[in-house]
Design a protein around this ligand. Structure first.
Ligand SMILES: [Zn+2]
Length: 424
């Protein structure tokens, strides 16, 4: 779930009645603001956004004589240790986000081009951030005010256009919001190249005991007027392409298409406050079946982390992982071991999850007329899997095993998806 701030509303509430009551004074105030307009824009609005070229040159830097300048990535598991976020049954978003951040950190840390920071674990803030918040609390407040003033001035000058948000966000207490501003501030002070805020989704009014009606992932990016919007969009597109191959894109109104520009989210740089590309990924809705099955939850989360990593590698056009992994999911290759004429005996969630991945990779899943929203990778063998399996069998001329995994189907699956296929 996401955070909001209330600046635009506060601005409207305070300014409109005041100008209506004091039209003379209003003009006087406006004149100097307009007179210094250009200067204001160039002096206060002196952002130095991280460009796509900056990132790619850092990634490829280094030589025999010079150490490489690593790409510095900050991972921000959404919400606070022991506080906040979506909950469903025994699932807690604030802990799932840490799990995904840790998995993603592991993939990134195996690659010498990256240096990774994570803001917290399930119990506490990383000491770097705990100290930063404690020692800079008032400075963060003043910085937030300055960013806010800049945007309000530019709005008065007609150089910034408030658009609001397409999606309703969840309001949070001031201290929680200020810590996220603190993270934004820290990002620019510490030359972070990419910030990724990790969340799992829910929506207002959803019952806490029944699965909801929406599913899929969405990536929130800074709205186009913000300095960090362009680079974030290019990065987010690369990650989106990797995620959408195996995961549903959100069908929540406002999140359709998977990439959501937003002005209000602190995490993506509200008030134009971040130079580094910064995105907030809602990886899935928390009640989706791959998470409610305890045998699958960690597999599903790790796969999302892996696909995020592959998206970054695609952005950097690096051959070390993405182009040699023709599957794009950790669930493949998979060795299926139990030939059977009954789907019931192939009941291991991970075997079915891998089967669904294989059927996606082969172009049979979701079955015709369905989407990954209605037929997600679930680890359950139901009508979606059965229909897709029939299409797979028809394509390869497998008969006598209609809609179940018999020995011929198993052989074919293992031949196609039981081993790594390297693309040179
Ligand atoms: Zn959240």
């Amino acid at each position: 779930m996401r955070y909001i701030f209330g600046a635009i509303c506060a601005c409207t509430i305070f300014l409109v009645p005041w100008f209506m009551l004091h039209p003379e004074t209003a003009r006087i105030v406006f004149q100097p603001v307009q007179a210094v307009g250009d200067e204001l824009a160039s002096v206060i609005f002196s952002h130095d956004p991280v460009t796509v070229a900056d990132l790619q040159s850092d990634y490829n830097s280094g030589s025999l004589f010079q150490a490489p300048r690593k790409v510095r990535i900050l991972l921000v598991p959404g919400h606070e240790p022991n506080y906040g976020g979506a909950e469903y049954g025994s699932l807690k978003e604030r802990d799932m986000t840490v799990q995904l951040a840790d998995d993603l950190q592991a993939f990134l840390s195996d690659n010498p081009h990256y240096q990774v920071f994570v803001t917290r674990d399930t119990q506490s803030w990383n000491p770097i951030f705990a100290d930063y918040f404690q020692n800079n609390w008032n400075a963060i407040k003043s910085w937030e005010e300055a960013q806010k003033n800049e945007i309000q001035n530019l709005t008065l000058l007609g150089e910034f256009h408030p658009t609001g948000s397409q999606v309703q966000h969840i309001d949070v207490p001031d201290d929680v919001a200020l810590r996220i501003y603190g993270i934004d501030k820290w990002v620019d002070e510490n030359d972070i190249d990419i910030a990724i805020h990790i969340h799992f989704n829910d929506y207002p009014g959803h019952s806490s005991v029944q699965p909801g009606k929406y599913s899929g992932f969405a990536i929130y990016v800074p709205e186009g007027q913000y300095a960090n919007s362009q680079t974030t969009k290019v990065l987010a597109d690369a990650i989106e392409k990797r995620l959408e191959r195996y995961n549903a894109v959100s069908n929540f109104p406002g999140e359709i298409g998977g990439i959501v520009p937003d002005q209000d989210l602190i995490a993506v740089g509200a008030y134009n406050s971040v130079n580094a590309p910064s995105m907030l990924i809602e990886y899935s809705y928390i009640y989706e079946p791959q998470f409610t099955n305890p045998n699958l939850e960690s597999t599903a989360i790790k796969d999302l982390a892996y696909q995020t990593y592959l998206g970054l590698q695609d952005f950097f056009d690096s051959p070390d992982a993405s182009s040699t992994d023709s599957f794009g999911t950790l669930t493949l290759p998979h060795a299926w071991t139990s030939p059977t004429s009954s789907s019931a005996t192939m009941a291991s969630s991970s075997a079915i999850y891998a089967l669904q991945s294989a059927l996606i990779a082969d172009g049979d899943y979701p079955p015709a007329g369905k989407s990954l929203n209605t037929c997600p990778r679930s680890g359950k063998f139901g009508p979606c899997t059965e229909a897709a399996l029939q299409a797979f069998q028809a394509k390869y001329g497998i008969s006598g095993e209609k809609g179940v995994v018999g020995s011929k189907t198993l052989d074919r699956l293992n031949k196609l998806y039981g081993q790594v296929i390297k693309v040179i």
